[in-house]
Design a protein around this ligand. Structure first.
Ligand SMILES: N[C@@H](CCC(=O)N[C@@H](CS)C(=O)NCC(=O)O)C(=O)O
Length: 307
């Protein structure tokens, strides 16, 4: 791999650049998360799975990005797909590379926007993490977190290192997708709605806590959501659970804490004891000022990591 020049963006400056927002031309019907290409399984496809080609631009703060970095670890693709992290702050220029989390190791870009611009000149949609980049084609492949996660889980098997876990096994896909239809709106998005005030927030809060209750019961009977093995469903739920008490519930306005649901809380710690979850987590990147972080290292009593 050839070295790239290190370029950092100048510090965030909202006064000079303005705030980040999307400017869509009136009547523009194109998706704002525009890149939805898939990784293929053989060379006849546009973006075939190959080692050393794909790079994930991630953000430590971002639950959607963390889904993909956890799957990269679980699928044992550390030497196959590379990852780097944007800075956690942005102005109108969008996500950027600064000293905080290091340079863009692939292109040496200062702004993530440069990757989109290189792919589609004049790009005016969302500049988001995760973004999947192809070093072979020099383009953004996808910024659709769900498809990136599934492709990482399913397309690179032959290149995986030892200990790879199949997080999207054929036999469980329908159930994983069903869980996503349920937990996506209520939990992954619902936490933010529940953190607000007024009747819509109250409704979101009731629904969220009812779901936590239900999960707490389900998790008495099984170690993970779908049995004895970690799947994509656990990854999707967990990225929200790990942020819950230090972000949406930081002021404990939703509930006294995740520990109000002992099985759910032990399940979340059980996952955290797994290296894939631990090495992809940086609490400082998503902890609200003054929030109290519960003890994620407390014994969980649900079996040994990797078992
Ligand atoms: N909302 C995105 C998921 C990814 C996402 O929202 N990432 C956030 C950071 S956690 C981001 O980069 N947002 C910038 C943007 O959407 O313009 C999607 O629906 O695909």
């Amino acid at each position: 791999m050839t070295a790239v020049d290190t370029t950092f963006a100048s510090p965030v400056d909202v006064a000079a650049f303005g705030s980040y927002r999307i400017n869509r031309p009136v009547g523009d019907t194109r998706p704002t998360y525009r890149f939805v290409n898939r990784i293929g399984v053989d060379d006849s496809e546009v973006f075939p799975a190959r080692p050393g080609v794909f790079h994930i631009y991630a953000g430590w703060f971002c639950p959607w990005a963390q889904r993909t970095t956890i799957v990269r670890e679980l699928a044992a693709l550390q030497d196959v797909v590379s990852v780097s992290y944007v800075d956690g702050a942005r102005d109108a220029r969008g996500w950027a590379f600064r000293e905080t989390n290091g340079p863009d190791p692939v292109n040496g870009f200062a702004l993530l926007r440069d990757a989109y611009e290189a792919t589609e000149p004049g790009f005016d949609g969302h500049v988001s993490v995760p973004t999947l980049w192809s070093r072979a084609d020099n383009v953004v492949v996808s910024n659709n977190y769900r498809l990136i996660g599934i492709d990482l889980a399913t397309k690179f098997g032959e290149f995986a290192g030892p200990g790879a876990i199949d997080t999207y096994p054929l036999a469980l896909r329908a159930r994983i997708d069903d869980l996503d239809r349920w937990l996506g709106p209520v939990v992954n998005w619902g936490v933010n709605a529940a953190a607000g005030s007024g009747e819509p927030a109250e409704a979101a809060r009731r629904e969220l806590l009812g779901t936590f209750e239900e999960l707490d019961t389900q998790l008495t009977a099984s170690r993970y959501l779908l049995g004895d093995a970690i799947t994509e469903a656990d990854v999707r739920l967990w990225v929200t659970l790990v942020r819950f008490d230090v972000q949406a519930n930081a002021a404990r306005t939703i509930v006294s804490g995740l520990d109000a649901y002992p099985n759910l809380w032990a399940y979340a710690r059980d996952l955290y004891s797994h290296p894939a979850f631990q090495v992809t987590t940086r609490f400082e990147a998503f902890t609200s000022t003054g929030a109290t972080r519960p003890d994620w290292d407390a014994p969980h009593g649900r079996g040994n990591a990797g078992e």
